[in-house]
Design a protein around this ligand. Structure first.
Ligand code: FES
Ligand code: FE2
Length: 474
């Protein structure tokens, strides 16, 4: 038996066949967190179709600045070319495929392949081929530029790319969730800025465990991070010890979701930003309703599907032990079934002093980074999810995980009727609505019709090369 696109039937097809019904009941098959066929399908249907976060404009301020990044498992160069345009190009030579750029980051006007020295401008144009007069007399350099992502676009300094030329515009993909992203990335006129290099590390857990957690898994804090609360390492306000703050979950924002912990109306917290910085927050163009949620903000955390998450928070920096606001963004990158690579950046408003940025960086490191207390707690519990997903028992017993918390009939909360923002808001921490949103979006992408293959610039290049006479006879 084959699926609609004539692939041999795989375990992923069995799982997807009943997953629509599972989701209706608030359940997710365990195996989606660790199965080879699921993983391969995800790379194509999700990372091959969605807008994927690449990097922040502040990482490449000058022409020629570049970093190597990934879309799914594929390596890309994220670069600002000589004209100032941002490009996202496959890090692969058009000659015979060797990796062109071998360093993580730098500044260059050209990339030269270490194999046979084909050389490209930093906009991807092929400009140098050794032995042209003797070996490539008819080679049309214009046909052999580096391969670009199908679309690249920026929102509030966040650069995304997609491999799908038919993907909706980034603005539409982010949809209603832009209202919530504004509150994190457009606090001030200058927006946010990345501080230092990203941290990178591997976890033996599935990328979805990170993504779903940041959509509003509020109920894990009191257990997973309990030692931080008991020892006082974590911010009392941030970690929810204070009786004043309360939880809000917002889902149904075009597949993306956010959870917030906020003070009651009229009580300010503002993530512990110092007063002189809070004064700048009226200049970012936020509406009164957005500013109110920022001023009352203790924690805002969310996920842009598929694998970009953020947390706006405060923690004690490890030197002065002062509560300091920071914004962490992270990507949960697939690196095999049940395995991910996490990249984490700390950000602060561009207008902040260098001293504040350094403190924010240290506060981020102490909480959300591989050396961070929160991070280590989370990594441990997520590895268990992948381990279970990969068991024979999960397959033999068709094991489902429970995502029913707060569902109709389960939860006591009702949606907030006069919520000023988009999406559906719930006045409670006792729910997994954001996680269900995440998995519904995942399911929709996994079951969408596969993209038809279409001619590419690579095909055009081959046609041109095939006009060379005589080669086949030799
Ligand atoms: S593979 Fe790059 S120059 Fe040959
Ligand atoms: Fe956590």
């Amino acid at each position: 038996m084959t699926t609609h696109d004539e692939r041999p039937r795989e375990r992923v097809d069995d799982l997807l066949a009943h997953m629509g019904e599972d989701l209706e009941r608030g359940m997710v098959p365990a195996e989606v967190f660790n199965d080879k066929s699921v993983y391969r399908r995800e790379l194509r249907q999700i990372f091959g179709r969605c807008w994927v976060y690449i990097g922040h404009v502040s990482e490449i301020p000058n022409n020629g600045d570049y970093h190597v990044r990934r879309i799914g498992e594929d390596p890309f160069i994220f670069v600002r070319d000589e004209e100032g345009e941002i490009r996202v190009m496959l890090n692969s030579c058009r000659h015979r495929g060797s990796t062109v750029c071998r360093t993580d980051a730098g500044n260059t006007s050209h990339f030269r392949c270490p194999y046979h020295a084909w050389t490209y401008k930093n906009d991807g144009t092929l400009v140098g081929v050794p032995a042209r007069p003797s070996g490539y007399r008819q080679l049309d350099l214009g046909q052999w530029s580096m391969i670009s992502a199908a679309q690249v676009d920026t929102f509030r300094g966040l650069v995304f790319a997609t491999l799908d030329p038919d993907a909706p515009a980034l603005e539409d993909y982010l949809g209603k969730f832009r209202w919530y992203l504004d509150m994190q990335f457009a606090l001030t006129e200058g927006g946010m800025e990345v501080i230092g290099e990203p941290h990178r590390w591997y976890i033996d857990a599935d990328w979805k465990s990170g993504g779903e957690n940041f959509t509003g898994d509020s109920s894990h804090t009191q257990m997973t991070h309990r030692s931080l609360l008991e020892t006082g390492i974590a911010s009392e306000a941030g970690a929810g010890k204070t009786g004043k703050a309360h939880g809000l979950h917002v889902n149904d924002c075009d597949g993306h979701a956010i959870s917030m912990r906020v003070m009651p109306p009229g009580v300010e917290s503002c993530f512990n930003y110092p007063p002189e910085m809070q004064e700048l927050f009226t200049e970012g163009g936020l509406s009164e309703a957005q500013l109110d949620l920022v001023r009352r903000g203790v924690v805002h955390d969310g996920t842009v599907f598929p694998n970009l998450s953020f947390i706006h928070f405060s923690a004690k920096d490890d030197v002065e032990k002062e509560e300091t606001a920071f914004l962490s963004i992270r990507t949960w990158q697939p690196r095999g079934p049940g395995r991910m690579e996490v990249w984490n950046w700390t950000l602060a408003p561009a207008e902040a002093s260098q001293e504040f940025k350094e403190k924010a960086y240290r506060a981020g490191m102490a909480s959300f980074s591989p050396s961070g207390t929160f991070e280590q707690d989370d990594a441990i519990v997520w590895t268990g999810v992948a381990r279970t997903g990969g068991t024979l028992t999960a397959e033999l017993q068709d094991l489902r995980f429970n995502y029913q918390m707060g569902m109709p009939g389960m939860g006591s909360a009702e949606p907030i009727e006069d919520w000023p923002g988009p999406g559906v808001a719930w006045p409670s921490n006792s729910g997994e609505s954001g996680l269900r949103t995440f998995h519904r979006k995942w399911f929709a992408h996994m079951t969408a019709l596969p993209r038809a293959s279409r001619p590419s610039s690579a095909a055009a290049g081959s046609t041109s090369a095939s006009t060379s006479a005589g080669e086949g006879a030799s």
